[in-house]
Design a protein around this ligand. Structure first.
Ligand code: 5GP
Ligand code: MG
Length: 184
């Protein structure tokens, strides 16, 4: 499917539709709810990319639940190759003794999520599980298995449903492939 767009981008290939995301988030929520079995959980979202996924997922989780936010940036400006990873955790609540579900938008090389897991474990957490909405096949350099994964995708630069290009396009309700005309 190709959809029309505004601001200079004429059209975009949709990789994962809004309906597919909704159905998969339902399935993930059922799986996660079952695994936590009524235990209190702190859902930690990685800013900014996980915010839409987090908002949709937590409303389907019938669990005693707190939210925490952490920031990690490895991409600067418009560059699409990773730089130094900087973690900022001053928005986290007290995680001591808590079961954590870490949410991120995408697992690419695996560095971001694996580094944040190690960081969270230094906070006295009871357990840390991970959930990524999207995982790119054939890109991982850090051996790491997320506990839950929404979709596996080929190695394309994707945007929408939280994922950005230069901090734009996060609000698109689907996941699409950035057209070459927009990436300059
Ligand atoms: P990793 O540390 O796993 O290599 O990279 C994860 C981070 O890179 C993600 O949180 C995201 O910010 C960025 N990233 C990797 N691939 C993509 C992509 O295809 N689209 C977008 N928008 N961001 C990506
Ligand atoms: Mg990110």
């Amino acid at each position: 499917m190709t959809v029309p767009l505004r601001h200079g981008v004429r059209s975009m290939d949709v990789l994962i539709t809004e309906a597919q995301i909704r159905a998969r988030v339902d399935e993930l929520a059922t799986e996660i709810r079952g695994a936590f079995a009524g235990q209190p959980v702190t859902v930690v979202g990685v800013l900014t990319g996980s915010m839409i996924f987090l908002a949709d997922l937590i409303r389907r989780l019938d669990l005693p639940l707190q939210i925490g936010l952490i920031a990690a940036s490895s991409y600067r400006g418009t560059a699409t190759s990773p730089g130094q990873l900087v973690i900022r955790d001053e928005l986290l609540p007290d995680l001591r003794g808590r079961h954590i579900l870490l949410l991120d938008d995408i697992l690419d090389t695996g560095q971001t999520v694996s580094r944040i897991v190690e960081h969270l474990k230094t906070k006295g957490t009871a357990s840390v599980r991970t959930c990524v909405l999207v995982r790119k096949v054939g890109r991982q350099v850090v051996p790491f298995e997320p506990d839950y994964c929404g979709f596996q995708i080929p190695d394309r630069f994707v945007i929408g449903y939280g994922l950005d290009f230069n901090d734009e396009y996060r609000h698109l309700p689907f996941i699409g492939v950035l057209p070459d005309s927009a990436a300059h």
